[in-house]
Every structure is written in C-alpha cells, then in structure tokens.
Design a binder for this molecule. Structure first.
Ligand code: ZN
Length: 80
C-alpha cells in the first residue's frame, strides 16, 4: 500500500465522521486531532472530534493494520 492509498483511507475516515450525526443534538462532527497509536502492535487512527453545533466531544477509532512503521512517520509528517 502506498502512502497515497493510506492518505485516501484517512480521507474516507473523515467521511465516516462527517456522516455520523452528533449523538446529543444531531449536528456535524468536526475532526480536531488525528493521531496514530499502536495498540498491541496494531496501528489505530484515533480521531478526536467535536460537534460544531453543541461542542459534544467524541473519539473515533479506526483500525489501520496496513500502516507499516516506515510509513507511520511520513503520515504523521503529512498530518502536521
Ligand atoms: Zn451536538
């Protein structure tokens, strides 16, 4: 998987977030911070979001086992 594919995958995660209504008011979530962490050696995208309407916070987790170590740094650089 190339870096471009991975970025595409992350974009599709943002789509999921955009399509998820706020559980409090039904508003739209906005991604504030995206972090890639290792849980049991499996990389996860942890995306911190908040509702742009009421400010309710929600954390989205996406399993991303295809992200290899060598790409992890590049992705983090791209996100910053
Ligand atoms: Zn809300």
């Amino acid at each position: 998987m190339t870096l471009r594919d991975i970025m595409k995958y992350i974009e599709s995660e943002y789509e999921v977030i955009n399509l998820t209504p706020c559980e409090v008011c039904g508003g739209d979530y906005q991604a504030e911070d995206l972090e890639i962490v290792l849980i049991d050696d499996v990389p996860y995208d942890i995306c911190q979001c908040s509702c742009c309407n009421c400010g309710h916070e929600k954390v989205f987790e996406f399993c991303a086992p295809f992200i290899e170590d060598k790409n992890l740094k590049k992705i983090k650089r791209n996100l910053n």
